[in-house]
Design a protein around this ligand. Structure first.
Ligand SMILES: Cc1ncc(C[n+]2csc(CCOP(=O)(O)OP(=O)(O)O)c2C)c(N)n1
Ligand SMILES: [Mg+2]
Length: 581
């Protein structure tokens, strides 16, 4: 059906896919094209000429950036998008991004062309040598483990059915990426219009917790003497975020956001006891784990043998793509995190409570929370010097974000070895996204760009290490930001090394050779490029900051440029190397 409601005569499969994606609710197709794309590009123009309602196809000059943008877009909007890549070579460039999306349970419809099967005598058949060079026995194998579903389009008249299936699987609990390969000959064939303007015939399934298990969990929480909540991937929705914040205060439940990649309650809460759960974990009688892949560090601390552990989440035991994960679970509540949390909160609130002991516990928890905050700020303050620290930059950034919020402007920080969460002290749902635990570096900047595309009024900060910035294909990110007028503020926290790699050597070999060496092999990024030049090539506003005392003023200027001129910004901030080196 055309935008004006008239019937269309039908377009080729290459164009029909776009119409169907729009009907499924996809607004953007993050695309990196190639010689497999003639029927896609020709079909797209044909579909436009036919007046079909289409998503916006965006040219993204590196696949890792395309996939990262779809990831960040979903995190801000909650809407799955599509990525279209070039055969096996484009797909392999995007594969790390797909692994990241799978780890974060981010739904997206990933597609790539497939080199023509026919060598001759058929429209769309191989023409140039890469038609042979890009052939594989199992192209899908490049991403199969990271995808919930995969398929190859076999007939043009399958477009509607196949896309319905993939979209529904991607959006069913637990959500995640799906993959479809698109052979060139099939894309060239005409596609009948039936179903192309319709949403999926199948509503995605949303898991819901079992009633008996909910009741058991509610009783355990209400009766707990030394409860602990560990939340790693947020609360799932604004409603659940607000409800969880009230709930943990009502019941005096301490919350640790250990290695979190989203926040689940405001960090200003009297129940937010900090990043490290170890002390409370060792004495806990009930532990509530909210969507956490690795809720604690087993070699450092574990709950007592007789403690009860409740795991909550879309796939609470991470059965889909984690072969080994044996954190105990006495009660397992599967379903969308927000739904399960709201149900559980209601069930706990219906239980009897011992008001006196809860009040006494709240006092203890609030004191711990204050103690933690004081430590966090003391650590930050040490960086107010030349050369500054990540913690100091985070402290200042958090302060400015809270200031912006008080003036009605929302912010999000996309973090990849950038500003540490404890010092950011963020209070709002969607304030913070950390790289997925799959750790495929190069995620942060693209995800920030996608997040900004999803909400142009939001202040979006990409904070990352110099190594992470280089992994992000920065020239591509800046090009896309300029093309789409996305005023992301990029903060490169530059210690001229892969600090995390050096720290991991020194962590495993305490006092070892690397810890004593002046120059640790395979970790230095010297000479450091002048990253401002990379961003300036795409006409960003840039500054280099070398003193902690300058961070606040530089950030204020950055925010002014981003909000008033709507222009992208990059601050290259010199960060001290920490630990022995
Ligand atoms: C795609 C990919 N390659 C390599 C790594 C291994 N790795 C983990 S952390 C890291 C260094 C990060 O350096 P930087 O962003 O500068 O942060 P720093 O620790 O120096 O602050 C590397 C290379 C990875 N996680 N992902
Ligand atoms: Mg670094």
């Amino acid at each position: 059906m055309a935008k004006d409601g008239s019937q269309t005569k039908g377009v080729s499969a290459g164009g029909a896919i776009f119409g169907k994606l729009k009907a499924l609710g996809v607004d953007y197709v993050f695309t990196n094209s190639g010689t497999d794309f003639p029927p896609i590009i020709e079909g797209l123009i044909e579909a436009r000429d036919e007046g079909l309602d289409l998503p916006e196809p965006l040219t993204v000059p590196h696949e890792m950036v395309a996939v990262g943008m779809a990831h960040g877009y979903y995190q801000i909007s909650g809407q799955a998008q599509s990525v279209m890549l070039h055969t096996n070579v484009g797909l392999s460039n995007g594969a790390t991004g797909v692994i990241n999306a799978a780890c974060d349970q981010v739904p997206m419809f990933v597609m790539s062309g497939r080199t023509p099967v026919a060598e001759s005598d058929r429209f769309g058949a191989r023409t140039v040598p890469i038609g042979w060079g890009q052939e594989m026995y199992d192209q899908t194998g490049l991403v199969r483990e990271a995808c919930k579903w995969d398929y190859e389009l076999k007939f043009a008249d399958q477009v509607s059915e196949v896309l319905d299936r993939g979209w529904t699987v991607a959006n069913s609990t637990p959500t995640g990426p799906v993959y479809l390969s698109l052979p060139r000959e099939v894309l060239c064939e005409p596609c009948p219009p039936a179903g192309l303007d319709q949403p999926s015939k199948m509503a995605p399934s949303r898991g819901a917790a079992n009633r008996d298990d909910l009741a058991q969990a509610a009783e355990l929480i209400a009766k707990a003497k030394r409860p602990l909540v560990i939340a790693q991937r947020g609360a799932g929705s604004q409603e659940a975020f607000d409800a969880l914040a009230r709930f943990v205060e009502d019941w005096a439940l301490p919350v640790s956001m250990y290695w979190a990649n989203q926040i689940a309650i405001p960090m200003a809460s009297p129940c937010h006891v900090g990043w490290n759960p170890d002390a409370l974990l060792k004495e806990a009688d009930v532990v509530v784990v909210i969507n956490a892949l690795a809720p604690w560090f087993p070699d450092r601390a574990s709950p007592p043998e007789d403690a009860k552990v409740i795991n909550i989440g879309p796939d609470p035991l991470f059965t889909r793509n984690t072969p080994i994960r044996n954190f105990r679970s006495d009660v397992t509540l599967a379903g969308e995190t927000s739904t399960v949390l709201l149900e559980l909160i209601e069930a706990v609130n219906a239980q009897d409570r011992d008001a006196n002991s809860i009040a006494a516990r709240l006092e203890r928890v609030a004191a711990l929370a204050e103690e933690n905050r004081a430590q966090v700020r003391a650590t930050a303050a040490k960086g107010n010097k030349q050369v500054t620290s990540k913690e100091w930059v985070a402290h200042i950034l958090g302060k400015l974000i809270r200031e912006q919020s008080a003036n009605g402007r929302k912010s999000s920080v996309f973090h990849e070895l950038g500003c540490p969460l404890p010092q950011l002290e963020l209070d709002e749902h969607l304030n913070y996204f950390q790289e997925p635990h799959s750790g495929g570096l190069g995620w942060g900047l693209p995800a920030a760009v996608g997040g900004q595309l999803a909400d142009r009024d939001r202040l979006v900060f990409a904070t990352m290490g110099d190594g992470s910035y280089m992994f992000a294909n920065p020239a591509v990110c800046h090009q896309v930001m300029e093309a789409l007028e996305l005023p992301v503020i990029t903060l490169v926290l530059n210690n001229e090394e892969w600090g995390a790699v050096r720290h991991s050597v020194e962590g495993l070999y305490k006092g070892g050779r690397a810890a004593q060496a002046n120059d640790v092999p395979l970790t230095s990024l010297r000479p450091s490029p002048d990253f401002t030049k990379t961003a300036e090539a795409s006409r960003a506003y840039t500054e280099t900051v070398t003193d902690g005392a300058e961070v606040e003023a530089a950030l204020r200027r950055a925010i002014k440029v981003a909000t008033q001129e709507k222009r992208q910004v990059l601050l290259n901030i010199a960060i001290e190397r920490t630990g022995p080196h």
